[in-house]
Design a protein around this ligand. Structure first.
Ligand SMILES: *Cc1c(COP(=O)(O)O)cnc(C)c1O
Length: 498
């Protein structure tokens, strides 16, 4: 099946190749690329169960990346899922208190964004070649903390690419800052800005749309691109681990062939859970997709009422990567449940932009029966960490705890006890203060390093390389600038002097 891609907002009948969609990131009309139809995963489960993570990745990705050769996909997979991960199986599963925790945090930055950002740079290199682009790709990113580091780690030392990350100098945690400014790789550049995240984000968006700047880059052999989570090249690698998890449960005798499972995902931008929906669409026997939110429960309200409304208070929680009021990837689901009608999708998104809210039709709501949604308060999140630890000794991070809590609510409400995979999105080491606090009570007197050592004692899990490096790695990025000097910093890094 030759799979091509179309923007959620374009009514042109033309579709584009996978490589073009990856290179573009966002369509010119502001829409997101979606496959024109879903391929079918027809590899028998017995075969999938014998495969390594890399082989499953190859099998799933080749269904979607129709204009990549098998060799190219293999090369991307092998370069992405190698010893950067601290376990051969890449995504191990731990059983605890009635659920399967799919640990997606064994990569470089100990959070699940590594699963996609390890492979995206390699997709991009091939995509550039296929589209006859000889310019070097310059990834521009504004970050509020986590994405920046995962993108840096993914692109570091990948030939043909450079990456520039801007972060608010006083707006990220000390650990997050340290992770970024110690980033190795001669093609990486990290800049602290005097301003907040929104300032950084706005300036980066302006650079992307600055035509004169684009032309200047082109004359000097460069082009901008984005590693943003709406890039289809980030979504597709996330489909892989749901297929892999299903095959692993089968292999270990936990489920019979074809037996349906449920999946619970701690959700922010709606990328990870949408990948699970894609896995279901290509034929993985997934029944319910349980969408877990924290106190910023826009999505819970949306699934319960059909009304999406970002006009509300924003809360800073202990699961910061889910503190989001506009879940960008939801646009893809809207498009799919509305008969793939780009006009209607564009209309709803325009309404979201203007009024901050929109309503979907009863017809569309009728197509959301695959999903269940709920949220966890801060107290419930802490208690999920504490209770799981008391019962089993297994330690989860705050984001995973939101999912764990919501899964408990789902079982209570539905009585459905199908085998359930919970996407475990970050290592507890990444959020040591909140995690140790949840288990032991007040930890305000302890330093970050002390808390990390306490966590080792509690969990018995060795400290991942990312944490050990953090303690000793030298600081290599020291640039700090004002908002209006960001352009100059980029040009300086690229050596453009005109
Ligand atoms: C990004 C992130 C999430 C949210 O994932 P989405 O794909 O944006 O829904 C959840 N947990 C962690 C640790 C994350 O970094």
């Amino acid at each position: 099946m030759n799979i091509t891609y179309r923007s959620t907002r374009s009514d042109s009948s033309e579709s584009v190749t996978a490589s073009y969609a990856i290179l573009k990131g966002l369509a010119d009309d502001g829409g997101l690329f979606v496959p024109v139809e879903f391929p079918v995963l027809d590899t028998p489960i017995e075969e999938l169960a014998q495969m390594s993570y890399q082989e499953v990745a190859f099998t799933v990705l080749r269904l979607f990346l129709s204009d990549f050769s098998d060799e190219e996909i293999r090369d991307c997979v092998n370069k992405a899922y190698d010893e950067k991960f601290d376990t051969d199986v890449i995504a191990p599963i731990s059983y605890a208190d009635g659920a399967y925790y799919l640990e997606l945090y064994h990569g470089r930055t100990i959070a699940f964004k590594d699963m996609a950002l390890s492979i995206l740079p390699h997709f991009m290199r091939y995509a550039a070649k296929k589209n006859n682009i000889s310019n070097e790709i310059v990834i521009l990113t504004a970050t509020s903390g986590d994405t920046g580091k995962a993108a840096l780690a993914g692109f570091a030392d990948v030939p043909g690419t450079r990456i520039v990350v801007f972060y608010p100098k006083d707006g990220v945690s000390p650990v997050q800052e340290r992770q970024m400014v110690t980033q190795k790789g001669s093609n990486t550049f990290v800049v602290g800005i005097r301003g907040n995240f929104d300032d950084a984000q706005t300036a980066v968006k302006r650079m992307f749309s600055d035509q004169a700047l684009g032309e200047k880059l082109d004359r000097n052999g460069f082009m901008f691109s984005s590693a943003n989570s709406i890039n289809i090249g980030r979504l597709l690698p996330q489909v892989v681990y749901y297929v892999y998890a299903y095959a692993a449960l089968y292999k270990n005798g936990r489920i019979k062939a074809g037996e349906p499972i449920n999946v619970t995902v701690p959700t922010g931008n709606f990328g990870n859970i949408l990948a699970a929906y894609f896995a279901k669409k290509i034929g993985t026997p997934i029944d319910k997709l349980i969408c877990a939110s924290n106190k910023n429960k826009v999505l819970t309200d949306f699934f319960h009422t059909g009304n999406y409304d970002r006009n509300r208070d924003f809360y800073v929680t202990s699961s910061p990567s889910m503190d989001i009021l506009v879940s960008s990837n939801l646009e893809r689901l809207i498009y799919l449940i509305d008969g793939r009608d780009p006009k209607k999708t564009a209309q709803l998104m325009a309404q979201l932009g203007k009024e901050g809210s929109y309503d979907i039709t009863d017809d569309m709501r009728g197509q959301l029966s695959d999903f269940y949604a709920d949220f966890a308060t801060e107290e419930e999140t802490q208690s999920a960490i504490r209770e799981l630890y008391r019962k089993t000794g297994y330690v989860i991070d705050t984001h995973t705890a939101v999912a764990s809590s919501v899964y408990g609510k789902y079982v209570k409400a539905s009585g459905d006890t199908k085998p359930t995979v919970i996407a475990s999105t970050a290592s507890p080491y990444k959020f040591a203060r909140s995690v140790v606090g949840a288990i032991k009570g007040d930890v305000s007197g302890y330093s970050e390093i002390e808390l990390i050592d306490m966590l080792t004692e509690l969990s018995g899990v060795a400290q991942p390389p990312a944490i050990i490096e953090l303690k000793t790695a030298p600081i290599v990025h020291k640039t700090v600038c004002d908002i209006d000097k960001m352009n100059d910093e980029v040009l300086g890094f690229l050596g453009i002097r005109e």
